[in-house]
Design a protein around this ligand. Structure first.
Ligand SMILES: *Cc1c(COP(=O)(O)O)cnc(C)c1O
Length: 400
């Protein structure tokens, strides 16, 4: 017996990934996360692919609050929450995020991946049913896999198919509809108004993952539930501090107090993984204070998004229509999308191509994400660079 079989299997898998053209390499950034960054390949590129929707990843207030929390509360706690890993900062952050979202209570996790991973198993058993959008995030799918409830899946964003699932699940003890609030590939915003109406009609709970929404969707940035006018009708919200809300890391689940209490008792990623670092808790509190005092950042993001969506279409590109700062610029052809991404970087714009199997065949695109950290000149330059690169490669303008 030798271990050679194992290692040759690993080599073969890597070779398969490479030959399928799916091997992912990482660009290396040498500056803080921002609108304008340096990479090891090129200095001064406009970043159009961070989840830094509000420009808070390197915001002076977030940095100052993180430093202050290190001074007052230390670097780390070396403990899970229930042994000796809970500080006043963690309790304050749980209170603030629950209030911000309009929910009763909240519980923190190391990441939203863990919030979703630890959500379903403690709350739903064999007699229950979980009804899930077909394009839900991987962490939701994994979380559902870990629990024994009956699983039903509806076609993406298809409300008639959701209703079919609700009928099918009518004999379950309880049922929950769970969906991304915003889907990250297309920027599609879930139809929470219709979903809540169906949930009421069929006696179902509603849960949403707000990773691409918390902090900026809706008039005061509370999220997709505010955008769709269903605040108060959502039972469970999961989300991240790792995107718009400062971008460091950390996740949460917000719900009614007894639900949060049961998660504290039983949710495995909460019980068996380290507490959030004090600096992140402190900075996240400062971010929520900032966003509660003023809607200036989410307003600027909305304005930037409107400008960019119009300007990139004006330049001759197709986009998926919508309102979200995720703007899928449709190239359709995978090879062209990759070539465009490469040319954009040479010209000073960092934007990544997505192609099959991440998106359907023939739907290759450059997905850009607009930020409140972008100034108008960044966006103007980005559009000009897209125009030039698109013309160079014969993607726009009719030239080969
Ligand atoms: C990014 C993302 C997550 C994971 O968030 P982390 O805090 O980085 O683990 C979960 N769900 C959705 C929909 C996401 O977009």
């Amino acid at each position: 017996m030798t271990t050679t079989t194992f290692y040759s299997h690993i080599d073969a898998e890597l070779a398969n990934i490479r030959s399928a053209g799916l091997f992912k390499t990482e660009r290396i950034i040498t500056t803080p996360q921002a609108a304008d960054i340096d990479t090891t390949e090129r200095a001064h590129v406009i970043n159009l692919c961070a989840n830094n929707y509000l420009g808070l990843s390197s915001h002076p207030k977030a940095i100052a609050a993180a430093k202050h929390a290190i001074d007052t509360h230390g670097y780390g706690l070396s403990s899970v929450r229930f042994i000796c890993g809970t500080q006043d900062l963690h309790k304050q952050l749980e209170r603030k995020i629950a209030d911000f979202l309009g929910m009763e209570d909240a519980i923190l996790y190391a990441a939203a991946f863990d919030a979703n991973g630890g959500l379903f198993e403690p709350l739903f058993g064999e007699q229950d049913a979980i009804i899930s959008d077909a394009l839900n995030h991987a962490s939701i799918i994994d979380g559902i896999r870990l629990c024994k409830a009956q699983r039903l899946r509806y076609a993406h964003n298809d409300m008639a198919d959701l209703e079919r699932c609700l009928k099918e699940a009518s004999s379950a003890r309880s049922r929950i509809i769970f969906t991304d609030g915003v889907f990250s590939m297309d920027g599609t915003i879930a139809q929470l108004d219709t979903i809540c109406d169906l949930a009421t009609q069929y006696g179902a709970l509603v849960g949403i993952d707000e990773c691409h929404a918390s902090g900026f969707m809706g008039k005061t940035g509370r999220g997709t539930h505010e955008f769709r006018n269903v605040m108060g009708r959502i039972d469970i919200i999961t989300g991240t501090f790792g995107k718009a809300l400062g971008g460091a890391s950390g996740g949460f689940t917000a719900a009614k107090a007894p639900v949060v209490e049961l998660l504290r008792q039983r949710s495995r990623p909460y019980l068996f993984s380290n507490t959030l670092a004090p600096s992140i808790a402190g900075a996240s509190i400062a971010v929520l204070d900032l966003l509660s005092e003023s809607t200036a950042l989410r307003d600027k993001l909305e304005e930037n998004t409107r400008y960019f969506r119009a300007a990139i279409q004006e330049a001759g590109f197709d986009i998926k229509p919508g309102e979200h700062p995720i703007v899928p610029i449709m190239i359709y052809d995978a090879v062209k999308a990759q070539a465009l991404s490469k040319r954009l970087l040479e010209l000073g714009v960092y934007a990544v191509g997505f192609f099959y199997p991440v998106v359907p065949q023939g739907q290759a695109r450059i997905r850009v994400q607009i930020s409140a950290g972008h100034e108008r000149h960044h966006l103007e330059k980005a559009v000009a660079v897209f125009k030039q690169a698109g013309t160079d490669l014969g993607i726009i303008g009719g030239k080969a």
